[in-house]
Design a binder for this molecule. Structure first.
Ligand code: ADP
Ligand code: MG
Length: 531
């Protein structure tokens, strides 16, 4: 029997081919997803007694025949009756070419939505389907050459399930290469729940760690899974197992990587899955930006995959998932901080980057992080303060005339050594803000923490670092001071610095050249030159 595929306006296939040009790989994901769906359906039907007889081995086989230029995907799932083939394969999901174009013209989404069975035509001249339903009906053969006409009839197939044979077209011969096929399978199918074989080797781990119960897993299991995901990575610091089924479905494992230098930060290390099918490793808008530095896997069938990114941001499920992940991460940090502060401090170098970035960008996170955010003492490297602890420690000496706490900080222990010593002599406590996020962090927190003022240790001579309206005595006479000042002024002309000699003890630094905190920050931001 012959027939015409029912596409309303015009032939959809050239459009599919053209618009999915850059994402040809996904045809395999689509066909394998269908095979997995069919296998899971037969499992369910068998368990509730609707499908009689042996379930059998549900493996899915992918095979290449280079000589005949075919790629075959075979499953032992529910199969289709002739009526179902007509219903499902002869009806194109899109009502017309124009609608298709309007819906999918945003190129960034391509590859993220399921074009389904028809994606086979991106790489094939002809697609043959052999299928036998679990229902007691004759097997069906269907063949289509990419034009809207098809052939349908009976065939000899004995085993339950569906076999799809793609006659690879001459533009797509790369898909006759075993390495290419293996690569695609490893990318998209690595964690699918039904065993997938290619060249007699199983490609996938059908029970990845994130679908298991956290209570049944050991630290070793988590570390090994991290290795499976990132074979060359250093072991992670710690991890969070996500497991929610209401009001949205979300599972996954997020790992905190070890980071020593901020340039080691790698984004796009989180993989997004939908029911164990790999979707993308671009999780922007799904995961809060500061958490994109984490590694791992999230799996949610509730994240819409066939819509544009701007829509995604407004999607209620995505917003809830985003908030949930933020909360889980914050809870985990608080838990480690409370239960094992020592280990938290040891990891602060890595953790601090996420935490500071999060405090600057997510107000909800800021409220919680204020409890466990740490500052490292500039002189005693083992000494860490929370914000509250620092305030208590400096209560007596480091409040300015407005009553604000003055956080004295250094950006460079070596260069600012003399200033730090002078501070220590005064009994002041300085902390370290040395990383690339710190300059922005200091500016940002000064706006958010209303009772705090930040001052860099070299911002002024030590007596003036904390503006208390107290006068100080110089160790030099007025004349000595003046001549020293002009001497230094000659050595460093055109710089926005103040040379001060008063109030310093000769052992530490008899003279200090300083720049007002305001001028320095303006310079750091590129607002003024010189100095
Ligand atoms: P979707 O998977 O989103 O339903 P597809 O275009 O991928 O859309 O597939 C259309 C339909 O064809 C499926 O819903 C299913 O009923 C049927 N089908 C496709 N492949 C198979 C298969 N391997 N076994 C059984 N049925 C299949
Ligand atoms: Mg499908």
């Amino acid at each position: 029997e012959k027939g015409q595929i029912r596409v309303q306006t015009e032939n959809i296939f050239p459009i599919i081919k053209k618009f999915l040009y850059s994402e040809h790989d996904i045809f395999l994901r689509e066909l394998i997803s269908n095979a997995v769906d069919a296998s899971q359906k037969i499992k369910t039907l068998s368990s509730i007694g609707e499908a009689k007889g042996e379930l059998g081995d549900l493996r899915i086989d992918v095979s290449l025949d280079k000589e005949n230029k075919t790629l075959t995907i075979a499953d032992h799932g529910v199969g289709m009756t002739a009526e179902e083939v007509d219903k499902y394969l002869n009806q194109v999901a899109f009502s017309g070419a124009e609608e298709f174009l309007n819906k999918y013209k945003d190129a960034s989404i391509i590859g993220h939505f399921g074009l389904g069975f028809y994606s086979a035509f991106m790489v094939s001249d002809k697609v043959d389907v052999y299928t036998k339903s679990f229902k007691d009906e004759p097997s069906t053969f269907w063949s289509c050459d990419g034009s809207p006409s098809y052939e349908i009839g009976e065939t000899e197939k004995q085993e339950r399930g569906t076999k799809i044979v793609l006659h690879i077209n001459s533009d797509s011969e790369e898909f006759l290469d075993a390495d290419k096929i293996r690569g695609i399978l490893e990318k998209f199918c690595k964690f699918l729940p039904i065993p997938i074989f290619f060249e007699d080797k199983q490609i996938n781990n059908t029970a990845p760690l994130w679908v298991k119960k956290p209570s049944e897993l050991t630290d070793e299991d988590y570390k090994n899974f991290y290795k499976e995901l990132y074979p060359f990575g250093e072991p992670p610091l710690f991890w969070i197992h996500l497991n929610v089924d209401y009001p949205f479905n979300l599972t996954g494992i997020l790992y905190f990587p070890k980071i020593k230098q901020s340039y080691e930060i790698q984004k796009d290390k989180i993989q997004l899955y939908s029911n164990q099918v790999f979707v993308t490793d671009e999780v922007k808008d799904i995961v809060p930006e500061f958490l994109m530095l984490l590694h791992g896997v999230i799996d949610s069938p509730d994240i819409p995959l066939n819509v544009s990114r701007s829509y995604l941001q407004g999607d209620p499920n995505v917003r809830k998932i985003n908030a949930h992940i933020t909360k889980k991460v914050s809870d985990k940090l608080e838990e480690i901080f409370k239960n094992d502060r020592k280990s938290f401090e040891e990891k602060w170098e890595s953790i601090g980057l996420f935490v500071k970035y999060g405090m600057m960008t997510e107000d909800k996170f800021l409220d919680k992080a204020n409890k466990y955010f740490l500052m490292q003492d500039a002189q005693e490297e083992k000494q860490f303060y929370t914000l509250e602890e620092y305030k208590t420690a400096v209560e007596a000496l480091q409040k300015n005339k407005e009553g604000k706490y003055v956080i004295l900080y250094t950006t460079d222990l070596v260069q600012q050594d003399a200033y730090l010593k002078a501070c220590a002599e005064k009994g002041y406590k300085a902390v370290r803000f040395e990383t690339i996020v710190d300059a922005a962090f200091v500016n940002n927190m000064e706006m958010k923490w209303s009772d705090v003022q930040f001052t860099r240790v070299d911002a002024d001579i030590v007596d003036n670092l904390i503006d208390k309206n107290e006068s100080t005595e110089s160790v030099l006479s007025k004349d000595e001071a003046e001549s020293l000042k002009s001497l230094f002024g000659l050595q460093i002309p055109n710089l926005n610095v103040t040379v001060e000699v008063k109030g310093l003890s000769p052992e530490t630094a008899p003279v200090l050249a300083t720049r007002p905190e305001f001028m320095r920050r303006m310079k750091d931001m590129g607002a003024v030159s010189g100095g």
